[in-house]
Design a protein around this ligand. Structure first.
Ligand SMILES: [Zn+2]
Length: 149
């Protein structure tokens, strides 16, 4: 297991498996706690409310969850379409299948959104571990929010 410490005070960076498991449970991939950066189903706090790590760590972060969401949606629709075609062959209920696919294309991204967002955050934290100034800023923001409350 990789130990990620700065100045002997920072927590160990979780393993990739642990981070992705936390992300699927909609917990913060970094600290594993709730409340994390998610606000309700489709919203975000600027930082994890437990450890203070910022979700928008670089420009273009939003493209990752969107791309992952598109892949999951298209994959689910493609598998559903193949299963529906095989199950209903040779008389395809075109109107029903079309309506189902349109409904799926609307519902699946909404359902998958927080999961793709947290999974991408886990991927981002794994591929670019937080730097010492970033962790210090996170701690400072938590202390500031505690003193403001
Ligand atoms: Zn956290």
């Amino acid at each position: 297991m990789e130990v990620y410490t700065i100045g002997g005070m920072n927590p160990t960076l979780p393993s990739p498996f642990q981070m992705f498991r936390r992300a699927i449970a909609l917990k913060c991939p970094m600290c594993g706690r709730r409340p994390s950066t998610m606000r309700r189903w489709l919203g975000h706090h600027e930082r994890c409310r437990s450890c203070g790590i910022r979700w928008h760590r670089e420009h273009g972060f939003e493209l990752g969850p969107i791309a992952l969401n598109v892949v999951i949606t298209f994959f689910t629709l493609a598998v559903s379409m193949v299963v529906a075609f095989v199950a209903t062959a040779p008389d395809f209920p075109v109107a029903t299948l079309t309506a189902s696919m349109v409904a799926g294309a609307i519902v699946i991204p909404l359902v998958a959104y927080p999961f793709t967002y947290m999974l991408w955050q886990a991927f981002d934290l794994q591929s670019h571990p937080p730097t010492e100034p970033e962790i210090a800023e996170a701690r400072e923001s938590l202390q500031k929010s505690c003193s403001d409350a």
